[in-house]
Design a protein around this ligand. Structure first.
Ligand code: ARG
Ligand code: ZN
Length: 481
């Protein structure tokens, strides 16, 4: 991913902060280095992410005490400067003990809620490799932002599962989907505690001094930071091989009680669901599959954590739930591989994952997409405030509003009616191929749909995504079911 420019930063003894002003460079630079911006200009969350560098990889090495929720460790960030930097920001909340940049001790300070400002010890030039080592500790469940923590302490451990921000509570990052990276995560826990995360286990858990085990997980495909997760506690782990040859790693909290069979009857069908989705959305983008059934009384939602969604216990309350498995795994294409370029594009995630549920229903003979459209449409009377939320631009406070999901799925059905099945089922894999491991905007999706269908689709997109009020649907003449 990167070209390393060597030579300007590697002389001198490490460990001195700004030790030799004026003597730290062997090569003159034309422009004065500037601070990296504290955000990436997201219209909803302007201070999420940071400018001036691009992360390639996170190496997160932690130690966790379930008894006290104390988390400590070191994250090593491999990044590349995208400008001449005097300082740069990381997004992080826990107490930082030290920061080093390319071996040199760096000064750091807190600014705002989640900004850690790091002064580059000797300046950094455009294109230069940056190795940033942050050592830290804290009690994440007690580290609150507006009274909230994205790190949930459970009956027997913890869950780091949240959207749109989650990493703040456990590793310093460039926390915006625009900056994707791979990651290695290792966590030492008392013997008998399980640690589940994304991707694959490059090695079995290793015994450590003090009756502890160190678990390791590796994500080899670029991912957005909010899709990294940790589930720590008492889990039964079930492993298998998927039809496509990939490892399937599922984990079930031992606290699920009589919900466990329903959780298993759902999550154990992940490989089948992924196989079916691959036939519609294009090749599965990641290296492993699976699911995690979170403990009783923990999460109230499910999240499409990369390669391995995490499901709150409520999904199994009334029995099995394949629809949530379909939904979260559809996000592996729509959200995880193709990520929002900024959070105003959330429809590209939730509208598509919701429509995937309708497609699954249709494929199972449990109700056609048209029937689900009609049912959902009728479910919201014209004067329901639901119709005032715009799925194409819901606002920062409504990114997970029902309208983004339900009107979002209705929009895709209207698009399908407008372009016909043949074009519609070419648009979906073309989209995931064009933006694989990258980012996308609604405007780009509309342009691709117009290119493939040869139609002006502005009426559909404007009406269904960007106009308040309940639109008149198109007649259901063109689906073939
Ligand atoms: N993306 C998740 C889904 O599958 C929703 C996450 C909601 N996040 C939250 N903190 N409640 O729909
Ligand atoms: Zn979703």
């Amino acid at each position: 991913l990167t070209v390393t420019t060597a030579g300007t930063l590697v002389t001198g003894a490490p460990g001195q902060a700004d030790a030799r002003p004026g003597k730290s460079r062997s090569v003159a630079v034309s422009a004065a280095p500037k601070p990296g911006s504290p955000g990436l200009g997201d219209p909803y969350f302007p201070d999420y992410g940071n400018g001036g560098y691009d992360v390639d990889h996170y190496d997160v090495r932690l130690r966790y005490e379930p008894a006290t929720d104390r988390l400590s460790g070191t994250t090593t960030i491999l990044a590349t400067a995208t400008q001449d930097l005097s300082r740069f920001n990381l997004d992080f909340l826990l107490d930082v003990e030290s920061v080093r940049v390319n071996g040199w001790t760096a000064r750091f300070a807190r600014e705002g809620v989640h900004e850690l400002v790091v002064t580059a010890p000797r300046g950094i030039t455009t294109g230069q490799a940056m190795t940033v080592v942050v050592t830290y500790a804290g009690v994440p469940s007690e580290t609150l932002v507006d009274g909230y923590s994205g790190w949930t302490r459970t009956v027997d451990g913890a869950l780091a599962v949240n959207e749109p921000e989650s990493a703040w509570w456990w590793f310093p990052s460039n926390d915006h989907p625009l900056d994707k990276a791979t990651w290695d995560i290792s966590v030492s826990v008392p013997d008998g505690v399980e640690v589940i995360s994304n991707g694959v286990q490059p090695r079995p858990p290793l015994a450590e001094a003090g009756n502890r085990m160190r678990w390791g997980w590796r994500s080899t495909k670029p991912g957005a930071t909010y899709l990294a997760f940790l589930a720590i506690g008492q889990y039964d782990i079930v492993t298998d091989t998927a039809p496509n040859g990939q490892p399937v790693i599922n984990a079930y909290s031992t606290t699920l009680g009589d919900r466990k069979p329903a959780a298993r009857a759902s999550i154990e069908r992940t490989a089948e669901v992924v196989d079916w989705e691959s036939g519609i959305f294009g090749p599965y983008p990641f290296e492993a599959q699976g699911g995690v059934a979170a403990p009783i009384d923990s999460l109230s939602f499910a999240l499409e954590t990369q390669t391995r969604p995490v499901y709150g216990p409520g999904f199994w309350r009334r029995g099995s739930n394949l629809y949530v498995v379909v939904h979260e795994n559809a996000h592996q294409w729509f959200g995880d591989s193709v990520s929002v370029a900024d959070w105003s594009n959330i429809w590209l995630n939730e509208g598509f994952a919701s429509y995937a549920e309708w497609l699954w229903s249709e494929a199972q003979g449990e109700g056609t997409t048209q029937e689900l459209f009609d049912f959902t449409y009728a479910n919201y009377p014209a004067d329901d405030p639901f119709w005032q939320v715009l799925p194409g631009n819901p606002g920062a406070g409504a990114v997970f509003d029902d309208a983004v999901y339900d009107r979002g799925a209705m929009t895709l059905h209207q698009l399908r009616l407008a372009v016909g099945d043949d074009a519609f089922f070419r648009i979906l894999p073309a989209w995931t191929a064009a933006h694989r491991y990258g980012n996308g905007t609604i405007a780009q999706f509309q342009a691709l749909a117009e290119q493939i269908s040869g139609l002006d689709l502005d009426p559909v997109f404007t009406t269904w995504l960007f106009t308040p009020g309940r639109p008149a649907p198109a007649a259901a003449t063109r689906t073939t079911t």
